[in-house]
Every structure is written in C-alpha cells, then in structure tokens.
Design a protein around this ligand. Structure first.
Ligand code: AGP
Length: 366
C-alpha cells in the first residue's frame, strides 16, 4: 500500500492527529462495562493461568520500552502484580534468569526490532511464556509470541513513534484491567477504569485542539541548547518519552530525570539557560512535584508544566493543561502535548521531521 500525508505537512503530525481514532481501535470490542473488565482473547490465558503469574517483565526498545514502563505501572497499580520494564536490548545481552512464574511481555510497533525479537527467542529457548503487544499484524515478533494484543493503531510511517506509543499504553491499561479483575480489583474500580478508557479519545481531541498555543511555546523553547524533562512515578515514563521525542525530531538535547532525583545531581545543571518540562499529574504527589518546581524556579530555571490545573506562577512560567481522567490513566493524556511540543520544535528548527538523521523506523539488525 502507498500512504500520503492526507493534507498534513508531515506524517508525524498526521499520526499525532490520528490518535483519537487509533485509541478507539485499540479499545474496540475489548471494554466490558457490564462485568467491569477487558476482553483480550489473544492473550490465550484462562483466569486460572492469568492468576498464577507472580511477576511481569516487559521488554521493548526506545519508545516501546518507555510505553512498557507505563504498562508496568498500570499492572502494578490495577492488578498488584510486581511488574518491571527493561530495554530488550540490555536484557538479551545479560544472560537473563527466566522464571516459570513470570509473564514476559514484548512491546513493538513494527514487530521487527531485532533486539526485541532476540529477547523473545531467548525467553522461549529457556521455556518462558511471552506475550506480544504489537502493532504490525503477522510481524516476526507477533509470530514468535505465545499470544498477545494487537494495537490496531494503523500504519505508522514517521520514524518517531507517537500513535503506537499511546495505543500501547492503552493496550496495557486493558491488560492491567483484565489481570486486575482476575485478582483483587473491585467491580467498582473496574467500572471506573472502563469509563476512563472510553473517555480517552474525546479527551485526546481536546488536547489536539491546543496545537496552536503549544506550537508557540515549542518555537520559543526550541531556541535553547537543551531541556530537562522531569516527572515522579506516573509522570516519569511520560517525561522519558517526551525527552526522547524532542531529541529524535528536533536534535535539541534533552535529559529526563525522575523529579525526586534532581537534588541528587542534575540540579547543578539548572539555570536560566536550561529550561525544564515538568509532567505533573494531579495525584497524591502533586505537592511534592510543585516543591521541586519551586526549587528549579529558585535557580532561575524556566519551567513549562504539563498538568491538569494551572499552577501558581511561582512554580511555572508556562503551562499546558490536559483534561483529567482517572489517576491511573492520566499519563496517557499527559504524553500527547509533549509529542506536539517535539513536532513543533522540529518544524521551527526546519528539521527533517519524518526522517531524522541517523535513525531508521525499525532497527532490524543487531
Ligand atoms: C521511537 O520514536 C523510536 N524511533 C524508537 O525508539 C522505537 O520506538 C524503537 O526502535 C522500537 O521500535 P519498535 O516499536 O518497532 O520495536
């Protein structure tokens, strides 16, 4: 098939704009409001098997790894199963211990990333069970896995992943809901998550409507040599992905740190020449996050806060507000403005947006 940008300036902004529909497809037919759970037939696990796993290990590279970090948090929060994400590339090189009571989940948009495929093959060689969260139907990783969830996000052409990242996080929310409901997640909480999932496409549309104001901020922030991205817990994988997106498409240097780690070293970098993007969900950590922003402002660092409530200007000079969903699902929404920020920074700097230098859409070699 051949694809065009359908009137958009680049595939990247086309794919960012397609996210409401991509998320609708990821959710389609999978949310069961009556029983407050998710139906994921492709997992090939009955309730007893789904209960038997004691741990979940998620593997992927780059943005797939960061979306896996969001997935690990969702699984821990909703199912209370210890879950951890690791770069598939590191995992395969360290002679990993494969455990019978661990469920392995490989994440890949293309389904062809060699490091992720090699990790899956190593797990299978050692008798482990691997599921795939994959966008491309029939791809090598999808075929190698014992089951999984297809994203149905549609083809992603731009080298920088956007809609696949968001759809992966949504797929993990479904997996976490499903595992939660075979463990101890209450029907009431299950229903709360079902309703939150259904609200996502409309809320993503609301964020996309702010493109004009985000483009203005991006053009300003892109003039700096670098940027710091911070977040705590739910905001942390979002900050990592935001920094990666900015680096990939604008070539502006970006560092991502957990907000709580700043004072253990990188605070030394903060000053007027290094602005910070802070991902601040409205959760039980919001006060802690605002304190960190106050520390940055005290060192004359400019702060752009991405959150749900406008902060006092003493914490952030600029802000982008996103609608509030359920606390567990808010990170999915908080990531969207960071994609627009990276895209418009790249446009302002006249970069090769869809084909950044030195990068390939999928890394199929070692
Ligand atoms: C995403 O913006 C990157 N280009 C890259 O990190 C990508 O996510 C990674 O290479 C994994 O690709 P995959 O999802 O196709 O396996």
């Amino acid at each position: 098939a051949s694809y065009d940008t359908a009137g958009h300036a680049h595939f990247l902004i086309k794919e960012i704009s397609e996210q409401p529909a991509a998320v609708e497809r990821t959710l389609s037919g999978r949310v069961d409001e009556r029983f407050a759970t998710a139906h994921l037939g492709g997992l090939n696990l009955d309730a007893r098997e789904a209960r038997a796993f004691r741990r979940v290990k998620i593997l992927g590279c780059g943005s797939a790894y960061y979306s896996g970090e969001l997935g690990a948090q969702l699984i821990e929060e909703l199912a209370r199963i210890p879950a951890h994400a690791e770069p598939a590339s590191e995992f395969r090189y360290r002679n990993p211990v494969i455990e019978a009571d661990t469920l392995y989940i490989a994440v890949s948009q293309s389904g062809e990333t060699y490091d992720t495929l090699a990790a899956v093959q190593e797990i299978k060689r050692k008798g482990g069970r691997v599921l795939g969260v994959v966008n491309t139907v029939g791809s090598a990783i999808a075929r190698e896995c014992d089951g999984g969830v297809y994203l149905h996000a549609g083809p992603e052409i731009s080298v920088a992943s956007t809609k696949a990242f968001t759809s992966t996080a949504v797929a993990f929310a479904l997996i976490a809901l499903h595992f939660g409901r075979v463990h101890d997640l209450s029907p009431a909480d299950g229903r709360r998550i079902c309703a939150g999932l259904k609200a996502l496409p409309g809320q993503i549309r609301e964020i996309l409507a702010q493109e004009g104001s985000i483009a203005k901020l991006a053009a300003e922030y892109a003039q700096n040599a670098g940027m710091m991205f911070v977040g705590r817990v739910r905001g942390w994988p979002v900050a990592r992905e935001g920094a990666q997106k900015l680096k990939e498409v604008s070539y502006v240097h970006a560092e991502a740190y957990p907000a709580s780690e700043l004072k253990h070293g990188p605070l030394a970098l903060i000053g007027p020449e290094l602005p910070t993007v802070a991902v601040v969900p409205d959760d039980e950590l919001v006060e802690k996050n605002l304190t960190t922003l106050g520390e940055i402002r005290a060192r004359h660092g400019r702060v752009l806060m991405v959150g749900h409530t406008a902060p006092d200007p003493k914490y952030a000079e600029d802000c982008i507000l996103v609608p509030k969903n359920e606390p567990e699902l808010d990170p999915i929404l908080l990531g969207i403005p960071l994609q627009l920020l990276a895209y418009h920074a790249a446009v302002a700097l006249e970069r090769d947006v869809d084909k950044p230098r030195n990068l390939a859409k999928s890394v199929t070699v070692e």
